[in-house]
Write a protein that binds this ligand. Structure first.
Ligand code: ZN
Length: 188
């Protein structure tokens, strides 16, 4: 499937002049929730990610909430394994709801979008501390432009470089267009 075209079809990837949550301006705006609202597409994305890890044994896919929950479920569906999610409790990533991992259990950590990979790395460290074997990381979109580094293989479905600008030195502002902030949450 053409991932970027599908994002555009779902209005999940907007092109124009946007204000990011960081305050920086950008030429692109990504909202994965708008693509994952369609189960058929989510299932196809999950199958495509699973294919990238067909050389590995994976026992469980772990998605950091909220962004990773749906896509982790779909990746696990394609692999035919278990899917759980991690949540923040008092600021720290943890397993709740009775979810557990066994020592040596082979884990794939799955996000919707990775920019710095901060949450995914935190989940990896938390699971390793429980004795699990984190064998890989994935996301639908690598928004770092290929720069993010993990302690196990990272394979994203698509790499997207998003240019960001300081508002005081934004070429889009200088060109005279108005920056907009679509939606309030979910901005990556
Ligand atoms: Zn601007």
């Amino acid at each position: 499937m053409d991932v970027i075209a599908t994002f555009k079809d779902c209005d999940a990837l907007l092109e124009g002049h946007f204000i990011l949550s960081s305050g920086l301006h950008s030429n692109r705006y990504l909202q994965c929730a708008k693509i994952l609202q369609y189960p058929k597409i989510a299932e196809e994305l999950g199958a495509a990610i699973a294919k990238k890890f067909s050389d590995m044994q994976i026992d469980t896919v772990v998605g950091p909430a909220m962004g990773g929950v749906i896509i982790a479920q779909e990746v696990a569906r394609a692999i035919g394994c278990r899917s759980i999610f991690s949540e923040r409790e008092n600021g720290a990533m943890t397993l709740r709801r009775g979810f557990t991992v066994k020592p040596g259990e082979k884990i794939l950590i799955c996000e919707d979008v990775c920019t710095t990979g901060g949450s995914a790395k935190e989940v990896g460290a938390m699971l390793r501390a429980k004795g699990a074997d984190v064998v890989g990381y994935t996301s639908i979109i690598d928004r770092s432009g290929g720069h993010v580094e993990f302690d196990a293989p990272y394979r994203a479905l698509e790499t997207l470089s998003v240019e960001t600008y300081d508002p005081s030195d934004c070429p889009l502002c200088k060109a005279g267009t108005q920056a907009v902030k679509p939606g309030s949450h979910g901005l990556k």
